[in-house]
Design a protein around this ligand. Structure first.
Ligand SMILES: [Zn+2]
Length: 135
């Protein structure tokens, strides 16, 4: 498998692990997913970030042919999705559920109860998800 050298850490990594990262103003670099996630975590203020090395998995299809799957954890995409929607807003009454009326993430139960007061008589749907799932 063709190897490419990361422009940040200098490691030689498989081509699928390289990300063309940067901007039109600052230029682009080819960096490995570990460096990409580290930079994304730093720019997002995550100071305790640990990059997850995901081992490839080999699975057989219905014909018995095996396929090798490589997984990448792209933190920046998850951060962008999480930051793209504001689920609560604060006004003179305290925290309130935003206009799209969907709340995701970690919320103190007392605060959540206070936010629901303005929806008395409404129906609501509650989903409980594992921490590892993206909301
Ligand atoms: Zn690197």
């Amino acid at each position: 498998m063709q190897q490419t050298q990361c422009n940040r850490c200098g490691r030689a990594v498989p081509g699928y692990d390289i990300i063309h990262y940067g901007s039109m103003d600052g230029g682009y670099r080819e960096i490995c997913s570990k460096c990409f996630n580290t930079e994304a975590a730093a720019s997002g203020g995550l100071d305790k970030f640990e990059h997850a090395e995901l081992a490839p998995v080999q699975l057989a299809d219905c014909d018995g042919e095996t396929h090798l799957f490589h997984f990448r954890a792209r933190l920046i995409e998850k951060i962008r999705r999480a930051l793209s929607t504001k689920h609560v807003r604060e006004d003179s009454y305290g925290l309130r559920i935003a206009d799209h009326q969907v709340v995701r993430g970690w919320i103190d139960w007392d605060e959540f109860g206070r936010m629901l007061i303005s929806f008395e008589g409404w129906q609501f749907k509650l989903e409980i998800r594992d921490r590892s799932e993206e909301l």
